[in-house]
Design a protein around this ligand. Sequence first.
Ligand code: TRP
Length: 449
Amino acid sequence: MQEKKSIHGSWASRWIFILAATGSAVGLGNIWKFPYITGENGGGAFVLVYLLCIALVGIPIMVGEVFIGRRARQSPVNALTDLAQESGQSKKWGLVGLMGMLAGVLIFSFYSIVAGWVLQYIFSTASGALNGISSEAAGALFEGLLADPTTLLMWHTVFTIMVLVVVSAGVNAGLERATRIMMPALFVLLLVLLGYAMSTDGFSAGWHFMFDFDVSKLSWDAVLVALGHSFFTLSLGMGSIMTYGSYMPKRASIGSTVLTIGILDTLVALVAGLAIFPIIFSNGMDPAAGPGLMFISLPVAFGQMAFGQLFGFLFFVLIGVAAWTSAISLMEPTVAFLVERVGMTRKKATLALGTVAWALGILCLGSFNFMSDFTLFGKNTFDFLDYLTANIMLPLGGIFVALFAGWVVKEKFAKDELSFKSEALFKVWKFIVKFIAPVAVTVVFILNL
Ligand code: TRP
């Protein structure tokens, strides 16, 4: 068979693919969500379950997404449809890609609101407004931001535009260029902040909080959160990584590439925790503060520390960059689809999708003010969409990808594409995607009903 090419372009090298996928994976999930859900779920035991989910479920499914994308060289709906057909199976598998596109828009709508808070805090730290701030004042400031739809809307709009600019420029001039600039900056910033956290006297308390585990603190709900988060943080279950895989050079080995991405993403989450908890502990604050952890406790901590203004500013720049490269990957699958299937130009497709996501975002930001009384299943719009996507749609998408890779695609296709060094490795992978991953996810689902 002649090798297929993506009409959208392809990454210049294997390393660019690794960095682009890592850019997708490393985001608010690692730096904002992971520390606060670890705090809420008691620390060490949760971290352990999360690591198991990444290794046993996340990475094998990511291998599946990348190989499906690279084999078909198209956006998820078309990739799944074509591969199913080539394997003599139902074209309906394409629907999984459709659910993924929907999840992408829904995630974007609340992701962009949080990213907007980050942009606001870049300015607040830079201006010195947070220097020496008390907990009450920091709390009031964050509450004040949430209560102010105009400011939220402004930052949500700015962030959406930042993302649209990159996506509309295309795979090479947009995504790849952003990757080359932003990923090295991200790693440097993270290391600087880790060094800073290590110099505080809370470092050992932070370390123990994250790595000493007490299994009795673990609930099934926490396991679901850990599982859902392992999909969210690796950008799995909605086609982001599948789409990035469709731009991957042919010769690069999928196994080692995916492993690198998984390790980098995990390291960033752990380092973010190790940078955040010591600061929290050295200032005697509560690690279980919830979503406000980063926006209330941290500014207080930075406000009291030597060079806190500078490092606080750098910290929010870091999160802003991470959120930006991730949000790009939430849009790319649908934009690629609209270009392929509907024949729109990339610019039009980006604008159309961006408008829908932006409008939905307004409902999310309203959760904190003018729509705070509106609830779905007892949650405001923001929390509902977070729950629906991370804990339901992504794991479901993940099950389908696993089943597709394990049962639907012809084994020969998978073997050709993966070209694992050993047959045993292939067998292990196949066993995981066929049985372990779907069963594990299903069991955790059922236990939570
Ligand atoms: N992984 C990103 C984060 O941790 C968010 C993200 C980007 C994502 N693309 C995704 C999550 C696709 C789920 C699916 O912040």
